[in-house]
Design a protein around this ligand. Structure first.
Ligand code: CA
Length: 234
């Protein structure tokens, strides 16, 4: 499965449409296009696009109506409207119908690419972009794939090890006790007097995988008398 952002361009003027297709392909997007509103809407409804670039004046179904119908079916669909009309009233109307942004023609292609990227940063599900954890300059943990890139090569984690790293990363501002890890990661009730050594064994295994020097940890550090803390770097 591709992780490229998917873009649908709905624009009736061929030179603009073709130019935009080329530009976004060049910038690493997967691109489809339609030259007419009704076809554009059915593509938008059938496909799973990260963003729709929508011309306002279109044959078949105009951009406002298309946006309204698209939004009714897919309230979260990001849309940027493209138009030669740039009165305040049009802009307000477009944004009311749920466009995320509005770019007036003639536009600078560079500006448009930046606007698209800005909308995607706001709207792409966090799961697609935030599932990696960086440690210092050299370690990058890929949470979804239970793996990490380290200077020594790729290492693999068990699901439990990954849950420990994720829990520590999401509480990186403080030390986390062994009891808390047992409760949050293992799901054990507190005060059962369970072996906190289980946690230590897992931490030791993790250190061998991600620490440059496991005997002297720089990421997964021990906070004496408390527990463990994840340091993600300077
Ligand atoms: Ca047009």
């Amino acid at each position: 499965m591709s992780s490229k952002p998917r873009l649908l361009i709905i624009e009736d003027e061929a030179p603009i449409r073709n130019g935009l297709v080329d530009v976004f392909l060049f910038h690493g997007f997967e691109v489809e296009s339609a030259e007419e509103g009704t076809r554009g809407l059915s593509l938008a409804l059938a496909g799973n696009y990260d963003l729709v670039l929508l011309d306002l004046m279109l044959p078949g179904l105009n951009g406002f109506d298309l946006c309204e119908r698209l939004r009714a079916a897919r309230p979260d669909q990001p849309v940027i409207m493209l138009t030669a009309r740039s009165s305040d009233e049009d802009i307000v109307h477009g944004l009311t119908l749920g466009a995320d942004d509005y770019v007036a023609k003639p536009f600078s292609v560079t500006q448009l690419v930046l606007r698209v990227q800005a909308v995607l940063r706001r709207t792409r599900p966090p799961g697609e972009t935030r599932q990696s954890i960086r440690l210092g300059e050299s370690v990058e943990i890929d949470c979804d794939n239970l793996a990490a890139r380290t200077p020594a090569g790729e290492v693999r984690f068990t699901r439990r090890e990954m849950e420990i790293v994720r829990y520590l990363a999401s509480h990186a501002g403080r030390a986390v006790s062994r009891e808390e890890l047992l409760e949050e990661v293992w799901g054990y009730a507190r005060n059962l007097g369970l072996e906190t050594r289980t946690v230590d064994i897992h931490i030791a295994k993790l250190r061998r995988k991600i620490e440059p020097d496991p005997g002297s940890p720089s990421f997964l550090v021990t906070v004496r008398g408390v527990g463990y803390r994840l340091l993600q770097g300077p």
